[in-house]
Design a protein around this ligand. Structure first.
Ligand code: CA
Length: 221
């Protein structure tokens, strides 16, 4: 799972980064709102942690602009502002949750987990005739069940969750194989080939397409 922190206080960033990485998250950070927005819109993150008062673009402005283009990724505000009006403004800008500084790391972690769980819906992902149920782990082509290994399933799920977007190789490795795995990126091609075979995608342009030198994209025709 990848988290973007947009925060201009270096001490908070390193505290959060260390704590979240110990919990197995892959963490990137930006120290101003503009860079944060650019990253949020061009990279894939599973969750954004935004400070409110930021140089160049405030967390609120960042969140509003992000929501104009993306409605799925959960956003949590981290901020010293704590009046009811501030909370309302934060939530109206499209944030999912709000935690005020100073906070306990454990509480933040729990809030992150709640958001990640609820953003996991829908449980059924589709790609053309392929359906993937992320609760039961059943995969079907039409009504025919397909048997995948655990890693094949995780890879397919990752591609479908980002359907229509290019999935970069290092992001696939981070998310499916984990940051501490010894996997090198050649392993992705091996698994993609296996998936194409099992899903009966005979041509490379069928649903899971290779973007040379970059990664893969799951796309409806
Ligand atoms: Ca700040």
């Amino acid at each position: 799972m990848r988290i973007l922190i947009v925060e201009d206080e270096a001490g908070i960033v390193s505290f959060l980064k260390q704590g979240l990485e110990e919990e197995g998250f892959v963490v990137e950070s930006a120290s101003d709102g503009q860079t944060g927005l650019q990253l949020a819109l061009t990279e894939h993150y599973d969750l954004l942690l935004l400070d409110w008062m930021l140089p160049k673009l405030s967390g609120i402005e960042l969140c509003r602009s992000f929501r104009e283009q993306e409605s799925h990724t959960p956003v949590i505000f981290l901020t010293a502002k704590d009046t009811v009006q501030d909370t309302i403004t934060g939530l109206k800008s499209g944030a999912n949750d709000y935690i005020k500084k100073p906070f306990h790391f454990e509480e933040l972690l729990e809030r992150i987990r709640v958001q990640l769980r609820s953003s996991e819906t829908p449980h059924v992902l589709t790609l053309g005739p392929i359906t993937v149920n992320t609760e039961t782990h059943e995969v079907q082509i039409g009504i025919t069940p397909v048997s995948l290994t655990h890693k094949e399933f995780q890879l397919l799920e990752y591609l479908l969750r980002h359907k229509g977007k290019v999935c970069k190789r290092h992001h696939i490795l981070d998310s499916v194989w984990g940051m501490d795995g010894n996997a090198d990126s050649g392993v992705i091609d091996v698994y993609i080939n296996a998936l194409r075979k099992k899903l009966n995608l005979q041509r490379e342009e069928d649903y899971i397409q290779t973007i040379r030198g970059v990664g893969y994209i799951a796309r409806e025709k």
